[in-house]
Design a protein around this ligand. Sequence first.
Ligand SMILES: Cc1ncc(COP(=O)(O)O)c(C=O)c1O
Length: 289
Amino acid sequence: MVFLNGKFLPLEEAKVPVLDRGFIFGDGVYELVPVYSRVAFRLDEHLARLERSLFETAIRNPYSRPQWRDFIFRVIDAQPFDDQGVYFQVTRGVAKRDHAFPGGVEPTVFMMSNPLVNPPREQVEKGGRAVSAEDNRWLRCDIKSISLLGNVLMRELSAQAGAAETIMFRDGKLTEASASNVFIVKDGVIRSPAKSHLILPGITYDVVVELAASAGLPLRFEAVTEAEVRGADEVWVTSSSKEVLAIVELDGKRIGDGQPGPVFRRIYDAYQDFKKKVMRAGKREAVSA
Ligand SMILES: Cc1ncc(COP(=O)(O)O)c(C=O)c1O
């Protein structure tokens, strides 16, 4: 069962006109929320980011926060599986093709939920490999836009290499990966680029930051150079589906000793404990790390 413009219907029956600006221009924004045992993880933070993406793109938000929550809960309840990735997107709507905003159109809202695919245990234990590339995307990477061509081309570089992610640098500085944020650890200090228009403000990034702070681990938000990434003791990527994953090889060269490091293990364990706490609290409670 999926959701389209206020209706719940089977996927095969969900149809969008070809003049939808999402199809024609990639003119829309989206979210992906992980759901564990039917409890949506950090739902309000995802909804706040959606509201921000809509505001920044001047797409009308058709629903209030309680309406969004209600529709999302209904999509979750309609699935036969417990751990889910709920995807939802809003496009500017259907109109004659013209770059300028059309007047008086209704935004298109689509939601679906698929089984959540987290990295397999073996990859968590051994770590993943990554390749690097120059970040050639636009300069509003803080908007969670459905126009993902830049990210798609980046991800394909690592997919072709059989690697888990593509880590990007802009002018010699770390930005993020094709579908995740990046952290490094050097001499016990966790470092990641500060939030800016060059990276997506990850919800998992925030959770990791909160978990590191509660564990009293030193953490700095500052520019990280390409050389610092390559010379780091640990590199991790974070996202709603990858959670926290250690990267142990970049462009065929080992990171640190080529194993997931001790700081990764602490944060990974803390993340798993935190998930359990969220599940115990139930679907309507906000829980902090
Ligand atoms: C480009 C990019 N950066 C970072 C992230 C991580 O965001 P989150 O932790 O909210 O899933 C994503 C997630 O899809 C992404 O596409």
